[in-house]
Design a protein around this ligand. Structure first.
Ligand code: HEC
Length: 204
């Protein structure tokens, strides 16, 4: 009659530590060792300043709470959502937006699926283009105008993390964004999704 181990704080902490270390060893360490190889073989293209600003809107509005950006290599998923993600796709993603809940469709390969005008109508009122949609409406995104003041710092941080932005791209970013609405930059981001990595669709 052994004691119930779930009631021992020490065992709980120790076992959490052992399992977390094992996951780190199996999933994270091998990829850290292969980082140069992954970067070399990646088709990912860094986001433009407008797309970086759009990605921030995507995060701040919580789009990733309902939408994943992670197609698993399973036949039904690939049929529905296009090319499966590969580990080298996300070398410029900080933080990644894989998500974990699919109230709406996966958006990994969304770019160029619809026109900019469709996205505009859909974001202002999803029911106007998809009558049965339960997605919330985001009309204010097309009223709130960006100053672009924070973009320089963001791009410099991304460069420090390994995204190869030139000095020129960083210094021009603020003026590119200034005066654009949150909705406009968000559409720039949505239209970029997957167009770099899915250049050749492969259903492996
Ligand atoms: C409460 C959950 C929820 C949130 C939050 C949400 N969506 Fe959706 N989204 C959905 C659902 C459900 C659909 C499917 C119906 C439709 O097309 O409107 C959808 C569909 C979409 C589609 C069409 C995808 C396709 O392949 O047809 C896009 C694009 C999209 N959402 C973008 C966004 C963006 C951008 C945001 C954040 C501003 C967002 N969604 C926030 C639930 C959500």
């Amino acid at each position: 009659m052994s004691a119930d181990f779930t009631k021992s704080l020490v065992i709980l902490i120790l076992s959490t530590f052992v399992i977390a270390s094992f996951s780190l060893l199996v999933w994270v360490v091998p990829n850290l060792l292969r980082t140069p190889e992954l970067i070399e073989g990646s088709r990912a293209i860094p986001l433009t300043a407008l797309q970086v600003a759009g990605r921030d809107v995507y995060i701040s509005e919580g789009c990733h709470v309902c939408h994943t950006q992670m197609v698993r290599p399973l036949e039904p998923e690939v049929k529905r959502n296009g090319r499966a993600n590969q580990e080298s796709d996300d070398i410029y993603e900080f933080p990644n937006l894989w998500g974990s809940k699919r109230t709406g469709p996966d958006l990994t390969n969304l770019g160029r699926k619809y026109s900019d005008q469709w996205h505009l109508l859909h974001l202002i009122d999803p029911r106007s283009v998809v009558p049965t949609s339960i997605m919330p409406a985001y009309p204010w995104l097309f009223e709130q105008v960006l100053s672009g003041d924070s973009i320089t710092g963001k791009m410099e941080t991304l460069r420090r993390l390994g995204v190869p932005y030139s000095d020129e791209e960083i210094s021009e970013a603020r003026l590119e964004i200034r005066g654009k609405t949150k909705g406009e930059v968000l559409i720039h981001y949505l239209q970029s999704l997957g167009v770099d990595t899915a250049r050749e669709v492969n259903y492996e």
